[in-house]
Write a protein that binds this ligand. Structure first.
Ligand SMILES: *Cc1c(COP(=O)(O)O)cnc(C)c1O
Length: 343
């Protein structure tokens, strides 16, 4: 099998990094302070295997109960746990395409039967998405790399019609107008996944959580490593979830920059998919291919995401950075555009 290939993570720090949807703003100062405080003699001891304090904090902030929460070493770990827990050998996994490429890797690892359903041209789901009876169905919402969103009532509809587990991967939902958390009450087969990597600026800490009814959570906990979340991640998570103000400010400024980015890209002549995430996807022309734009930006030390896969190889995904980063990108893109006109 081909393993999952994450976006480039250059270690020299000279790039404007708009390729892996990290938050351009630092985490809450309360996270840094809490971490410094937690670097102490207690690191000798194993962490709480149940991550009780994080579950309680999540339950408080998201208005649910700790029994409905499971904490993971990033939501990628929770995706792996879901597949290990609910998909027997040869059973089916459904997910739409193009979407998060990790679903494919996880399916292959588990020897599952993959049923890939193509998104329609506008990234809405076709009706036949419901037809197959799968052990697990994934919907990334907002979707990566398109940034588009499947309406919450449509998700609810799907959850109600299938027997298997429906996983809604809400890695980017804090940048969207709606979310599926409220559906957990109605649907015993629904798992909502969240992460602190994007909206809370904590990609480096690795913390995600799942919200679902108690039976599903109990099953998932059986297959996890005992100590899957370390002491420092828990400390960081609690401090981050307590600082609503920093969270709000960062979300608001990213959304504002997103609007500026979308409008400017349209003015440059690109087709821009509507985005509910902290990134936008554009479609490029034959005259100026996605690959050539990606390479020329890289020469100028600006990294964006080019995915060499069907339906994506004429597209580029750009993370919403700071205003300065986005202006630098737009200036460089304008120059690339102009050089084409001169030729
Ligand atoms: C970033 C991302 C994740 C993983 O988040 P971590 O918590 O950092 O593991 C999961 N799903 C999607 C769609 C993502 O983009």
């Amino acid at each position: 099998m081909v393993g999952y290939v994450p976006g480039e993570q250059p270690q020299d720090g000279v790039y404007i990094k708009l390729n892996t949807n990290e938050n351009p703003y630092p985490p809450s100062p309360r996270v840094i302070a809490a971490l410094k405080d937690a670097v102490n003699e207690k690191l000798r001891l194993y962490p709480d295997p149940n991550a009780t304090s994080v579950k309680e904090k999540v339950a408080e902030v998201f208005n649910t109960s700790p029994e409905r929460v499971m904490v993971g070493n990033g939501s990628d770990e929770l995706l792996a746990i879901v597949v290990r827990c609910f998909v027997g050998e040869g059973e089916k996994i459904i997910y739409p395409y193009p979407s998060y490429l990790l679903y494919k890797t996880l399916s292959e690892v588990q020897d599952a039967r993959e049923c890939i359903v193509n998104f329609l041209e506008d990234y809405s789901l076709p009706e036949e998405f419901l037809v197959e009876d799968a052990a697990v169905t994934f919907i990334c919402n907002p979707n990566s790399p398109s940034g588009t969103m499947v309406p919450v009532d449509k998700v609810s509809n799907i959850a109600g019609k299938i027997d298997g587990v429906l996983v809604v991967d809400e890695a980017y939902v804090d940048f969207a107008d709606d979310n599926c958390l409220r559906l957990v009450d109605e649907h015993p087969n629904l798992i909502v996944l969240r992460t602190l990597s994007k909206s809370y600026s904590l990609a480096g800490m690795r913390l995600g959580f799942a919200v679902a009814q108690e039976d599903l959570i109990k099953g998932m906990i059986k297959v996890k490593d005992s100590y899957n979340v370390d002491r420092l991640s828990m400390t960081a998570a609690i401090a981050a979830l307590e600082d609503h103000e920093t969270f709000r400010i960062n979300i608001d400024r990213i959304k504002k920059t997103r609007e500026h980015l979308i409008n400017s890209l349209k003015k440059l002549g690109f087709f821009v998919y509507p985005s509910q995430a902290n990134f936008v996807m554009i479609k490029c022309s034959d005259a100026l291919t996605a690959k050539s734009i990606y390479l020329r930006l890289k020469e100028q030390k600006i990294l964006i995401r080019y995915i060499e896969q069907p339906r994506l190889d004429d597209c580029l995904r750009i993370t919403v950075g700071t205003d300065d980063e986005i202006n630098a990108l737009l200036e460089t893109l304008a120059k690339i555009n102009n050089s084409l006109k001169i030729l």
